[in-house]
Design a protein around this ligand. Structure first.
Ligand SMILES: [Zn+2]
Length: 141
């Protein structure tokens, strides 16, 4: 799933809601995240002059990893960077990259990276996924 595309996002909500009850927690979490994104200040207001932002996100486990790229739409993006844990069985797994990303953007850094360990749980054990991101940003001069 590519969260940056609104059309796909809408489709995702519908398909989750139409699924059985076991997905209702995920749907709720998704709706909650949407609400927080809607409530957050706009990225454009927080970082005037930001022209583009791209995040290469890698979700790693001991056996491998997934990567995806998130192109942030500066015009309407919230100043909030939340990435769900890549493991759908993970409970409460969420990476909040907001403070790391915002600090770098406010300092007008053009490339920066960070890492966040998942604090969620998989049944009785902790989720061991680590999320790593590389960001590239452009600013108006
Ligand atoms: Zn996790």
């Amino acid at each position: 799933m590519e969260p940056a595309a609104p059309a796909l996002e809408g489709g995702y909500v519908v398909s989750v809601l139409m699924n059985s009850r076991k997905n209702s927690v995920q749907a709720q979490r998704f709706a909650e995240r949407r609400r927080r994104e809607d409530d957050a200040p706009r990225l454009q207001d927080q970082v005037p002059g930001l022209v583009s932002l791209k995040l290469d996100i890698e979700d790693r486990t001991s056996v491998g990893g997934n990567t995806h790229t998130r192109h942030v739409v500066i015009d309407r993006a919230p100043a909030l960077f939340l990435v769900a844990c890549g493991d759908s069985r993970c409970v409460d797994g969420e990476h909040d990259l907001t403070s790391t990303v915002m600090r770098a953007l406010r300092a007008h850094e053009t490339s920066f990276h960070g890492e966040d360990e998942c604090r969620g749980s998989l049944g009785p054990s902790s989720c061991l996924r680590v999320l790593r991101f590389d960001a590239v940003a452009e600013y108006r001069t």
